[in-house]
Every structure is written in structure tokens, then in C-alpha cells.
Ligand binder design. Sequence first.
Ligand SMILES: *Cc1c(COP(=O)(O)O)cnc(C)c1O
Length: 226
Amino acid sequence: MSVTQNLLHIKQSLPAHVTLVAVSKTKPDALISEAYAAGQRDFGENYVQEVCDKQTRLPHDIHWHFIGHLQSNKVKYLAPFVYLIHGVDSFKLLQEINKQALKNGRVISCLLQVYIATEESKFGFNAEELLLCLNSDAFSQLKNIKVCGLMGMATNTEDKELIRKEFATLKSCFDACLNQVPASANLELKILSMGMSSDYEMAIQEGSTLVRIGSSIFGERHYPNA
Ligand SMILES: *Cc1c(COP(=O)(O)O)cnc(C)c1O
């Protein structure tokens, strides 16, 4: 199956309220251009250097989603063009995004990452930290970011019921924030980013509004140094 066929097949299976981000990390421009020609505009990348290079070469109406783990000292490279930063996992990172957005005369949309997996290596806030952060004075002072929702990654496991439980946890966290934190100039929770190639159907059943799909569109990834 070609990229175009994969993409159209997945798109047609998604409910209208679910956004598809095509995860193009490690993939060449030619495959991204093929997806673009088929109408795809939202692409997800994990590596700062790679997305910066790609955005200079590829059409400027692409929405570049940064879905990887972001270090504070690299925010400045993304700030001029990034469309949505998914994995914001600390208040310090949010402050740095705000600072760089201000320098660029922009308001940058962000998703806060919630820790839902049982693995030690995953990043994110827990439910309690999230409510504290969103309700704080310090947060209300960040005028150049907009928190548009939450993102989470389930445990990398074959255990489907565990994954479902983790997605349900993220959804209840999202609902708790909606109910307990009033919307404001820099907070409007609309997006729940959860689900990848192997589990996006389940994620949608559990309330996802944005899925991040890579290998089911572009094929398996090969890491040169892995
Ligand atoms: C790589 C990646 C994806 C896409 O994974 P696939 O299994 O190829 O669909 C989704 N989300 C994040 C955060 C990723 O790093």
C-alpha cells in the first residue's frame, strides 16, 4: 500500500471530530510531499533539528506538531514556526515557550503531557500537579502560550486492557480540568491527544480528539544508529 492509500484509508475511518497528525519523523521529504498532495496538512515530528530542516524545505502551510520530548534550550528553534507543542511536561518548559513566543510575536499553542504509563521513562504531570499548575497565578501570567488540551502516551505493551485503562485515566484527568479550572485567555481545553498506530481506535473510543499516526501511514521506521 502507498502512503496515499494508507492515509486515505485511515482518514476515512476517523470520526469527523478527530484530527489526524501524520507522524513523519525519520521519513524523507518525498513521502511527506506525497501525503501533502493527498491533502494532509498536520505532521508530527520528534527531533528539533529534523523538523527545523524540513520546515524550510516543505510547503509553508504545513502545521508542524512537535510531539517529542522538548528540552528548554531548544525551544528557541521551534518558536518561529511550530503549530502545536504536544509534550509540555513542566512549568519551567511552559515559561520558556512563553518567553520565546513573546520574542517571536506569537502565541504558541501547547498541550500538557500527563503521565499515564506504568513505565519509569515516560514524562509528564500527574493529575494533582496539573490542577495546581493550571490554577496558579504564575500560569495566568503567561500571555504568549495557550494551553489547548492534554496529551498522553500509554505503556508500550501488548496488554490492551492496561492501555485502555490508561487512556480512560487521561480522559478523566481532562474532564477534571474542564470542571475544576475555568477557561481563560491562555487556557481552552479542546484537544485530547492520545493514540498511535497500534492503539488509536481504542483511544478514540476512550475520548481522544487527536491521533498521532506514523508507521501505519509511512511504514516502519529505521533508525540509522539503532
Ligand atoms: C513516534 C510517535 C508516534 C507515532 O507512532 P506510530 O506507532 O508509528 O504510529 C506517536 N506519538 C509519539 C509521541 C511518537 O513519538
